[in-house]
Design a protein around this ligand. Structure first.
Ligand code: BGC
Length: 374
């Protein structure tokens, strides 16, 4: 009898120590770390169709996203690392991350608001990029998992953090729906007038992260115009028509079809690294912004948003130095980002849609990536 009890106890103890094995093969315990008194973790969301997504509250990052191809085979289609330490020490700081306070560049890291001048960290000389030296992508967010398919992240960013005015209360909800959508909802409020532009910086490769480049992905962008840039990737202020240029994705075409054309704009971006002005019907809130199709795997991704713009960046700054999940190297143009957003450098362009958030107002932004096969 005693021996039986002992065996039972040992079995139960071993069983409870056993770690959940994710389809992505990532070990959640590799994300458990206390940083600055806060606990970083990995959360796993699942839906009824077997899609699995993992998110860490370190930077609100989508770490893995297991999506089926046309034969039902799951593959992890976002770039990233399988250990928290690798995220912390990476040269590429934004894999899968929540970006804030300001997605993309602010020229020379300065802007004026209500006649006051604000100066930000120049972390991408000569500009400020993605919220500055320690943006939302490197914060430990407070996290609450709501059931199998939803994660709620919250953060209080103090007044003048990274040079931005106003104490900001931010919430991000990641929801993995049974329609195979990754829905991201952002909301925020501020104690003082400020500027805000939140987005997510997932790097997608529909072949699977680390499985070659994305030049054969067929892209459609619902944009008749884009915002051309100067040599420092700051918008000139013009909204140029895409017609007759390599920026015309209004008819689906391979990303690589014209990427090496010798044009000033492609040379500035070292490929595509531009904001597109989304076509919107009057009063249209959330609308379809983009789609990407991988003819090899059949994976199809559609992007929806209420934002006026989308940054199409195709990994021109990846150089194979990053060794990601499963020891795979992330080479030049081995992923693409479709970051729903207001336009870069809007605080210095009164002609662009406003990014000002005032006390009493609620910032609200949505981005939805929907997956299917063709
Ligand atoms: C920017 C790129 C930048 C990248 C960093 C993109 O949103 O447009 O210029 O290199 O983020 O990961």
């Amino acid at each position: 009898m005693r021996i039986f009890t002992l065996i039972l106890l040992v079995t139960l103890t071993l069983g409870s120590c056993k770690e959940r094995i994710l389809k992505s093969a990532i070990l959640p315990s590799d994300f458990h770390q206390t940083i600055g008194g806060k606990q970083a973790k990995l959360f796993t969301l699942t839906n009824k169709n077997g899609i699995e997504m993992s998110v860490t509250n370190y930077g609100g990052r989508i770490v893995s996203l297991m999506v089926p191809d046309r034969s039902g085979r799951l593959e992890d289609i976002v770039l990233g690392y399988d250990k928290l330490d690798d995220y912390i020490n990476s040269n590429e700081q934004y894999f899968g991350a929540a970006i804030g306070r300001y997605g993309n560049r602010i020229a020379k890291g300065s802007f004026k608001l209500d006649n006051l001048q604000y100066n930000l960290a120049i972390n991408n000389p000569p500009n400020s990029l993605h919220g500055g030296a320690k943006g939302f992508s490197s914060k430990i967010w407070d996290a609450t998992q709501n059931g199998e398919n939803e994660l709620e992240l919250t953060l209080v960013s103090p007044d003048m953090e990274e040079g931005y005015p106003g104490e900001l209360k931010v919430m991000i909800i990641y929801r993995l729906t049974d329609k195979n959508e990754v829905a991201i909802f952002y909301s925020a409020s501020t104690s003082k007038s400020t500027v805000l532009n939140l987005t997510n910086h997932s790097y997608f490769n529909l072949h699977g992260a680390g499985n070659g480049d994305i030049l054969d992905h067929i892209l459609w962008l619902n944009a008749n115009k884009y915002t051309p840039v100067d040599a420092n990737l700051i918008p000139t202020g013009n909204l140029d028509p895409v017609t007759g240029t390599p920026f015309d994705f209004t008819t689906p075409i391979a990303v690589g079809a014209r990427i090496n054309d010798n044009t000033e704009q492609l040379n500035f971006g070292k490929g595509y690294d531009h904001n597109f002005v989304l076509n919107k019907k009057e009063d249209e809130k959330v609308s379809m912004a983009a789609s990407v199709y991988d003819p090899i795997s059949g994976r199809f991704m559609e992007v929806f948003t209420n934002e006026p713009g989308i940054q199409f960046y195709c990994g021109n700054f990846l150089k194979g130095k990053e060794v990601g999940k499963k020891h795979k190297q992330y080479n030049f143009r081995s992923a693409l980002c479709l970051e729903t957003q207001h336009f870069p450098d809007s605080p210095n362009h009164s002609e662009f849609p406003s990014v000002v958030l005032k006390p009493g107002e609620i910032y609200s932004s949505a981005c939805l990536y929907r997956f299917s096969v063709k």
